[in-house]
Design a protein around this ligand. Structure first.
Ligand SMILES: O=c1ccn([C@H]2C[C@H](O)[C@@H](CO)O2)c(=O)[nH]1
Ligand SMILES: [Zn+2]
Length: 145
């Protein structure tokens, strides 16, 4: 079981998968990488759709990969977003991108808490640490038995 978190390896995986994001509508490419208790890393990117509301975020893509591989215990997450981008005409993107509410709830299905690193791809070293508990206090969850 994994105890130390290799943040550099997570960032490499997130940066790699970010290049494969399908984001022709927002041009906002996101990569996410999840480390599990077994030491494996699962990566996911955002996949948009011409019907905008069907788009899936990078964080949920990574969790889907994790579950499909038979894993259920994420212990760390890195999200990489573009530093300089627009979300739409005249709509600026945030300096540092935090997981959206839907992704927070999806993460809460599999972890009580989780350290989360939010990094910016094209601004060397710009990142911020947070946690799932900080981003989603009092999450709605099934009662643990
Ligand atoms: O944390 C985030 C925030 C946004 N997106 C995606 C959704 C959409 O494809 C694009 C713009 O919102 O970025 C993510 O993947 N993760
Ligand atoms: Zn999201």
């Amino acid at each position: 079981m994994q105890t130390t978190i290799d943040w550099a390896a997570l960032e490499r995986a997130a940066l790699d998968v970010q290049t494969r994001a399908h984001a022709p509508y927002s041009a906002y490419q996101v990569g996410a990488a999840v480390l599990t208790a077994s030491g494996r890393i699962f990566a996911g990117c955002n996949v948009e759709n011409a019907s905008y509301g069907l788009s899936i975020c990078a964080e949920r893509s990574a969790i889907v990969q994790m579950v499909a591989a038979g894993e259920r215990a994420p212990i760390a997450l890195t999200v990489v977003t573009p530093g300089t981008s627009k979300l739409g005409p005249g709509v600026e993107s945030p300096a540092i991108g935090a997981p959206c509410g839907m992704c927070r709830q999806t993460l809460a299905e599999f972890a009580e808490d989780l350290p989360i690193r939010m990094a910016v791809a094209d601004r060397d070293g710009l990142s911020r640490m947070t946690s799932l508990a900080a981003l989603l206090p009092e999450a709605f969850r099934a009662k643990s038995s």
